[in-house]
Design a protein around this ligand. Sequence first.
Ligand code: NAD
Length: 533
Amino acid sequence: MSTILVTGGAGFIGGAFVRRLIADSDARIVNLDKLTYAGNLESLAGVMESPRHVFALGDIGDAALVGRLFSEHRPDAVVHFAAESHVDRSITSPESFVRTNVLGTCTLLAAALEYWESLSGERRAAFRFVHVSTDEVYGSLGPDGYFTESTPHAPNSPYAASKAAADHFARAYHHTYGLPVVTTNCSNNYGPYQFPEKLVPLMILNAVEGKPLPVYGKGDNVRDWLHVDDHVAALRQVLDRGQPGEVYNIGGREEKQNLDVVRTICAAVDELRPDLPHRPCEKLIEFVTDRPGHDFRYAIDCTKIERELGWRPQHDFPTGIRDTVAWYLANEDWVAGVSTGRYQRERLGLRQQPHSPHPESRIPNAAPQASSPQPPIPVPIAGVEFRPLRPHADARGWLIELFRHDELDERLHPAMAYVSETLPGVARGPHEHVEQTDLFAFFGPGDFRVTLWDGRPDSPTHGAKVVRTVGATQPMAVVVPPGVVHAYENVSEVPGWVFNAPNRLYAGWGRKEAVDEIRHEDDATSPFRLESK
Ligand SMILES: NC(=O)c1ccc[n+]([C@@H]2O[C@H](COP(=O)([O-])OP(=O)(O)OC[C@H]3O[C@@H](n4cnc5c(N)ncnc54)[C@H](O)[C@@H]3O)[C@@H](O)[C@H]2O)c1
């Protein structure tokens, strides 16, 4: 049984890859994902329970975490999907694209190299690092011609620039150090579980709701389209048979103008939802100001992967789109679950003036919408829970509903609640309680590295340790039962807030209750150690 370290496996393509491998191979998947707005554990339903799937919440740029995943799980391959992936967002805020796509990829490559150099014999020869990239790195084509693997990179958007930089580092790690990197450059994907800000799901959902279908410019920009399952099949071939140092272009041979894509979606919605009063949905198309720097045409020559690895796309575009529309119609719960955050299908990618007052700053109060509870993230300590928090957001800002009394089991009913501030670089703890259960919430400002260690001798997970980064970038509630040693450290640049609702009243500030706290920081005999940054 092989072990594959997948990054970004809670996203659109990574999720499809993980679901497929769990379903029809015996591979063990270690899935490292930061769960940004684009990553959703709901996309991994049926996989989270598999003993062959280990979910690791974290950032590919966290060198300590990535190094630990390599040494603990000793993977046979890496398939690197994790990225900031939306061109429009990259126009509004390029920095996060540099951080994840460039620096994060470099951190991952460095950790992979250190690990690969520690291997020997067959394991070393068989190891692969598959770097998943895009055709957007090649820039824009005129009406003719195709991107081949030797087309020079000429990225035009901040997204494409960050992916191109990552491609160059991946190439350099092979050329300079011999790391067996294989790079793929693929065209636009479509299919189930794609976050609703991308063209295909956005058009499907707006068409169903009778909302405008915004088409950039004249809608004549051309893209090549590939069903996500075909991309996954191609990546499996590359993983099994791709040659180190090689690049493989992946495409669907389905060049379409954006307007035709939207029309195909409208036709499928009309057919599958004959009850919609606003049919035909094409009437909803509205032409809007073009995206700044919008590339005119992308087209992929995928002869190499067809010839050398025997891969061919299996889905044709009209059928694939119809199936995708049917999937979105049948999976409204998934759409609702992933849409409760900040993104509400508004237009992204127009540059904004800093500090301009929000046009909707005086909209009236509205009751928070109901959100589907997020599944807890599995952690290897009995009784500890990590529950992702998702803000309700509208034009005024956000609100997190931490818990409802009747949804918490009795052991968690709070006796009190408080908020504390922790300065950058400061660590709180480590300590444990004899009777008290803590219910922490980390939602920002600030990011915290939380460390937990099971000190209960009678626990089935005695000695297990968990280290996770939570807070502004990944809002999280954490339940810590008595006997579990815990500490948290503000790893961000800003003072951070922590909310706690323990099930027992604190002693102190003149109160007489017995102190329920065993401290570990000055105890040389304690087996608990807080890792430094
Ligand atoms: N969608 C396409 O059409 C397309 C086409 C070609 C190539 N690609 C490439 O494929 C990859 C996956 O694309 P996608 O459409 O599935 O993207 P996506 O945005 O749906 O998913 C990205 C995933 O990466 C995770 N992530 C983001 N930053 C992270 C970080 N710092 N650390 C750990 N995890 C992080 C997110 O939580 C999310 O789960 C990307 O590298 C993208 O450039 C996408």
